[in-house]
Design a protein around this ligand. Structure first.
Ligand SMILES: [Zn+2]
Ligand SMILES: [Zn+2]
Ligand SMILES: [Zn+2]
Ligand SMILES: [Zn+2]
Length: 242
């Protein structure tokens, strides 16, 4: 009985030894694991270490999610998060700092200085030219309006000219509002004219007879016309003040 046990143990030891021998047959030469594949023995194709997995870098505005190791990408790029252009900077991405387009030409002027970029900007000569242009428009349309009334032309034609004048003086006001510190006296003048003429415009609107309307329109037109010389000299004053 003892012999049988000994024999069985000897066989077992032999079997283990043989098994060990066979597993030692290949001195593995590993091809290292990559992000997606395990290590593989170049000789016997035995599988070794598990795949490493990707080392992802987050997506940016210019690149999708990307593996630092193998360069594989996944998904899509982020959208730029644009900030509007200003006079100091073109349209710009808050995340990556990329820019697109150009800086704005318009500054936010305060007494010649821009409150956004801080530069001293003398764009006033150009602004004054625009004001002069609209002053001429106002004058032209009012002269036509009064002329039509004077020669007994149609009231509709006169109104058309007057409306063109109203558009032009509105443009003057808009510019003045943009430069509250540059054209103070001029702005006051335009406001005063606006208020005065409104009285006659109300009269015009309230009148039912054509002759009353013609006379109200003529009065409305003369508010600006009688101040024309003053308007120009005030603009000159404002612009040349130190
Ligand atoms: Zn091997
Ligand atoms: Zn990878
Ligand atoms: Zn970006
Ligand atoms: Zn600026």
């Amino acid at each position: 009985m003892k012999k049988v046990v000994l024999l069985a143990m000897a066989l077992l030891i032999l079997a283990i030894t043989l098994l060990n021998l066979s597993s030692c047959e290949c001195k593995h030469e590993w091809k290292p694991a990559t992000c997606e594949s395990p290590a593989v023995c170049k000789k016997c194709s035995a599988i070794g270490d598990a795949p490493l997995g990707h080392s992802w870098e987050a997506a940016t505005c210019t690149s999708p999610k990307k593996c630092k190791v193998c360069g594989k990408t996944e998904g899509t790029v982020l959208r730029h998060s644009w900030e509007d252009a200003t006079c100091a900077s073109p349209k710009k991405c808050k995340i990556c700092g990329a820019t697109e387009g150009k800086k704005l030409k318009n500054h936010s002027l305060r007494q010649g200085y821009c409150s956004v970029c801080g530069n001293f900007v003398n764009e006033l000569p150009e602004v004054v030219n625009r004001l002069k242009e609209y002053i001429t428009d106002c004058n032209y349309n009012l002269m036509c309006c009064q002329q039509v009334l004077k020669v007994g032309g149609s009231l509709n034609d006169a109104v058309t000219y007057y409306n063109a004048y109203l558009k032009a003086i509105q443009k003057l006001s808009n510019i003045c509002n943009k430069y509250p510190n540059e054209f103070v006296k001029f702005t006051n003048m335009i406001t005063k004219i606006d208020n005065e003429q409104q009285k006659y415009i109300n009269q015009f609107n309230a009148s039912s007879s054509t002759s009353a309307r013609r006379s109200a329109l003529s009065s409305a037109a003369s508010v600006y016309i009688t101040k024309e010389v003053e308007i120009n000299s005030i603009l000159r004053d404002d612009y040349t003040k130190p």
